[in-house]
Design a protein around this ligand. Structure first.
Ligand code: SF4
Length: 163
């Protein structure tokens, strides 16, 4: 199966299926760019010596460390499940490309926290299913239901989605 999605879209899908559906139709907001700029600044300030931003397929990963693991730098550990799935997706792509598994690390420099992430055989099956589900939702003409307000308050598409 050709993989047409990026880790960022996987993260959006995990966060809110409606958000993924809207973005898949080209609906974005400047806040998304703002978030990316803030994330990039944290990245550059926290890991100045690392070889940053490696292209893996369509995915720009933050860096591969001396430990041989894929590292992702995040602003906050809120919604850690979304960050974890996004990183597992990068590990999944890495395995597809190079035929072997490596580990991953989520870095939260502002919280002085690191979380190890590994790809299990079950994760691989889950990601296969996730990609099929994403395609089904993207092809659906009807937008998925609204998420709960605590998520919407953190969402870059709040104004356009909820009006
Ligand atoms: S505003 Fe809420 S429902 Fe709409 S895309 Fe964002 S999280 Fe999803």
């Amino acid at each position: 199966m050709e993989i047409i999605y990026t880790g960022s879209l996987v993260g959006d899908f995990m966060f809110c299926k409606r958000k993924f559906w809207l973005i898949s139709r080209g609906i974005m907001s400047d806040n998304k760019n703002e978030d990316l700029i803030i994330g990039k600044m944290i990245n550059e300030q926290s890991y100045p010596r690392e070889e940053r931003e490696i292209l893996l397929g369509k995915n720009l990963i933050d860096f591969i460390g001396d430990d041989g693991k894929i590292h992702e730098i995040k602003k906050s550990s809120s919604f850690i499940e979304t960050h974890t799935m996004q990183l597992k997706f990068y590990l999944y792509i890495y395995k597809k490309v190079f035929g072997k598994k490596i580990g991953g690390v989520l870095n939260f420099p502002e919280e002085k926290k690191v979380v190890e992430v590994n790809l299990t055989d079950e994760d691989e099956k889950n990601i296969d299913n996730l990609l099929l589900e994403m395609k089904k939702i993207e092809d659906d003409g009807k937008a998925p239901e609204l998420s709960e307000m605590y998520k919407c308050k953190k969402c870059s598409l709040l104004a356009i989605c909820r009006g």
